[in-house]
Design a binder for this molecule. Structure first.
Ligand SMILES: Nc1ncnc2c1ncn2[C@@H]1O[C@H](COP(=O)(O)OP(=O)(O)O)[C@@H](O)[C@H]1O
Ligand SMILES: [Mg+2]
Length: 319
């Protein structure tokens, strides 16, 4: 059963001139209890914006313009801010992109986690401290390390500490935004392993946000490939790896590093995702597509079901 259903979510950023930039358009997905979804796409495709929208944590210039974010039958977009706070961290939490490098350097890691706990739960310092030990153990850090400072932690340990923080209020869903980016390959594997174990032990549902399709292969059940703020392809991980139909997905698959042999990383896809102030009028991927036809430049393809549970937005793919 779905614990989270996002339906037709669209998010704009307003510029100083008052124009609306479409960062996320018509995004829909569903996440089942205890399952994991990979949200994949290159940098700039709208992944973080979509997740901040789900949690209603967008910066002031961000606007959710339409859609529903249904958690266990409740549309979070209709809650008051105090009601929303009950869901944020307590039911859905996030390991923010880059957060492991944003730990306060002059404060002990354990104190920072304790503060986070006290911010969200009405517990005193002593209780928060006790919870810190348990949380650290859960993510594979010895409780004695709580009294150390961030610079005494390795990158992988800092990321573990951020995951511990995200678990502080016993959420049902954890969103991990690029949790392994900037970590070396061995450590990446350990962090993914940790997420997978936590998922099993705690029955968590996970949304793993990454630009690396190789990463989602490890732990995700389903994959949603985003391009230019829209869904390019959405299917189970097996279908994405074996029967993908969207040229962008296929290019990402060719580009992802070989885990056994990271040095063999293939050339990335030439070009960049479109900037929001110059979105192509037709298919967002058209300027970089190796299989485009005339219609692609003028008409944006609709997302269609090609099979049960397999959705693709590409003019080449027709019934
Ligand atoms: N605060 C903002 N104001 C305007 N544009 C933004 C803002 N934040 C992100 N963007 C733009 O929105 C698009 C999606 O960004 P983001 O959600 O960070 O993508 P991703 O997480 O996939 O890298 C990018 O084009 C980015 O430049
Ligand atoms: Mg991001």
């Amino acid at each position: 059963m779905a614990i989270l259903e996002v339906r037709n979510l669209s998010v704009n950023y307003l510029t100083d001139e008052g124009t609306a930039l479409h960062a996320v358009e018509d995004l829909s997905f569903s996440l089942d209890h205890g399952r994991s979804l990979g949200l994949v796409g290159e940098s700039g495709c709208g992944k973080t914006t979509a997740m901040l929208g789900v949690l209603r944590l967008l910066p002031s210039e961000g606007r959710i313009v339409s859609g529903e974010v249904v958690y266990d039958g409740v549309d979070l977009l209709h809650l008051s801010e105090p009601e929303m706070r009950e869901y944020r961290w307590g039911r859905i939490s996030i390991v923010f992109q880059g957060a492991m490098n944003a730990l306060n350097p002059v404060s002990r890691v354990g104190d920072q986690i304790a503060e986070a706990i006290m911010l969200h739960e009405s517990v005193d310092k002593r209780m928060a401290r006790a919870q810190v030990g348990e949380l650290l153990e859960m993510v594979g850090i010895t409780p004695e390390m709580a009294s150390q400072y961030p610079h005494q932690y390795s990158g992988g340990m800092r990321q573990r500490a951020m995951i511990a923080m995200a678990l502080a209020c016993t959420p049902n869903i954890v969103i991990a935004d690029e949790p392994t980016t900037a970590l070396d390959v061995m450590i990446q594997a350990q962090i993914l392993n940790l997420l997978q174990n936590l998922q099993k032990e705690l029955g968590l549902s996970i949304i793993l946000v990454t630009h690396d399709l190789g990463v989602v292969a490890e732990i995700c059940d389903d994959v949603l490939v985003m391009y230019g703020g829209k869904t390019a392809e959405y299917a189970s991980v097996d279908v994405i790896y074996n029967e993908s139909l969207h040229p962008y997905t296929q290019r990402l698959l060719e580009a992802f590093p070989d885990v056994e042999n990271p040095a063999s990383t293939l050339a990335s896809i030439p070009g960049y995702p479109p900037p929001l102030d110059a979105l192509p009028p037709g298919c967002r991927f058209e300027p970089r597509c190796h299989r485009k036809s005339e219609i692609c430049a003028v008409e944006s393809p609709l997302l269609m079901a090609v099979n049960s549970g397999h959705y693709v937005a590409c003019h080449e793919v027709r019934d």
